[in-house]
Design a protein around this ligand. Structure first.
Ligand SMILES: NC(=O)c1ccc[n+]([C@@H]2O[C@H](COP(=O)([O-])OP(=O)(O)OC[C@H]3O[C@@H](n4cnc5c(N)ncnc54)[C@H](O)[C@@H]3O)[C@@H](O)[C@H]2O)c1
Ligand SMILES: CC(C)[C@H](C(=O)O)[C@@H](O)C(=O)O
Ligand SMILES: [Mg+2]
Length: 361
């Protein structure tokens, strides 16, 4: 039976990179490898401009009805900062929370062809295959109280609150442990338990939950050290599990080990099989409209979507093989360009992946 994908192209480079991902979906559909129907909706700045609301009710309803959501990126200087309730990020955060997508998987894999593009020396980064499991619907992103208030003195005070319940920590740790069971059975939980009670509890719950997974080796690291270790010796990690804000920051950091933030896909999953798939990067306003954005993170997000939500692991693997083939051909967008390679734009890169897909059968 046909599966429904809600496409949310978003703002900035969002529509440019999503167009290339759709080409890949269309190519798989044309040859009968998948059976999907695409629907489109607005979130973020585009939705704010059209409806005065960064997350229109109709979009959330359509997202809930879909088997999967493919999202480009949202936001940009035109809309930030607006009054907090209207900020476009509320659109994306509202979508994640509305769909209860608490588990954000952010794999950071170095394609060997991009060893030159990594910010680390080849011997330190070769073979990197890291999975960051980021909690996505809690933490300081959603904790109350929040806001900006004016004190009697007239000075303003900005407030955000880091909050986790035990059950929220337990369920994200379980996701990380289940993933680790299919990998090297090693999980590093990243926290700031030396300072923040919320993450002190995180660590306790992680240890308690790990008791259900006797084969797992669970280690703990403070987030500041983890950031340093990621750029010092990233291969010491296999699966990292962490909260929303730490995971946001660490995954951007890890992306550069793979050559570019334009290479990292993500899957946001809940308790059902439904998921939202998006590159980890943003709307890149500095390069929007120039046709130079790297579409590979979005195309690789389609592969994750096929694997995790649409039950098409073979098609997913073919996309990953096609991406590798295109890199073998020496094609590089500007962000991953290195000596001796051929620089291409967003559209040419997407076309090359579609062409390679036919070969990857
Ligand atoms: N998931 C999302 O929708 C998401 C994620 C992060 C940021 N944002 C939003 O995006 C806007 C811009 O944020 P930012 O500049 O801090 O982060 P960003 O990720 O958009 O860009 C950071 C840098 O990486 C580059 N970059 C990002 N994606 C690229 C790609 N595919 N190819 C080549 N280069 C790429 C950009 O040109 C920029 O120099 C903000 O409004 C922010 O809130 C949205
Ligand atoms: C745009 C923003 C709300 C978002 C986040 O912080 O989660 C982004 O940085 C991401 O990594 O997806
Ligand atoms: Mg981020």
């Amino acid at each position: 039976m046909s599966k429904n994908i809600l496409v949310v192209a978003g703002d900035g480079i969002g529509p440019e990179i999503v167009a290339e991902a759709i080409k890949v979906i269309d190519a798989l559909q044309a040859e009968g490898a998948i059976d999907v129907q695409l629907h489109h909706a607005l979130v973020g700045g585009a939705a704010y401009d059209e409806f005065g609301d960064p997350l229109p009710e109709s979009t959330l309803t359509a997202a809930k009805a879909a088997d999967a959501v493919l999202l480009g990126a949202v936001g940009g200087p035109k809309w930030e900062p607006l009054p907090i309730a209207k900020r476009p990020e509320k659109g994306l955060l509202g979508l994640r929370a509305g769909l209860e997508l608490f588990a954000n998987l952010r794999p950071a894999i170095l394609y060997p062809q991009l060893a030159d593009a990594s910010t680390l020396k080849p011997e330190i980064v070769a073979g990197l295959d890291l999975m960051i499991v980021r909690e996505l619907t809690g933490d300081i992103y959603f904790g109350q109280p929040r806001g900006i208030e004016t004190l009697p003195s007239g000075e303003r005070r900005g407030i955000n609150t880091m909050v986790y319940t035990e059950s929220e920590v337990e369920r994200i740790c379980r996701v990380a442990f289940e993933i680790a069971m299919k990998r090297n059975k090693q999980v590093c939980s990243v926290d700031k338990a030396n300072v923040l009670e919320c993450t002190e509890m995180w660590r306790e719950v992680a240890i308690k939950t790990a008791a259900n997974y006797p084969e797992i080796t669970l280690t703990h690291m403070y987030v500041d050290n983890a950031a340093m270790q990621l750029v010092r010796a990233p291969k010491q990690f296999d699966v990292m599990v962490t909260g929303n804000i730490f995971g946001d920051i660490l995954s951007d950091c890890a992306s550069m080990l793979t050559g570019s933030i334009g290479m990292l896909p993500s899957a946001s999953l809940g308790a059902s099989g439904q998921g939202m798939y998006e590159p980890i990067h943003g709307s890149a306003p500095d390069i929007a409209g120039r046709g130079i954005a790297n579409p590979l993170a979005t195309i690789l997000s389609v592969a994750m979507m096929l694997r995790y939500s649409l039950g098409a692991p073979d098609a997913a693997a073919r996309i990953e093989t096609a991406v590798s083939a295109v890199l073998d051909q020496g094609l590089r967008t500007a962000d991953i360009m290195s000596a001796g390679m051929r620089q291409v734009g967003t559209v040419e890169m997407g076309d090359a992946v579609v062409a390679a897909l036919a070969e990857a059968r």
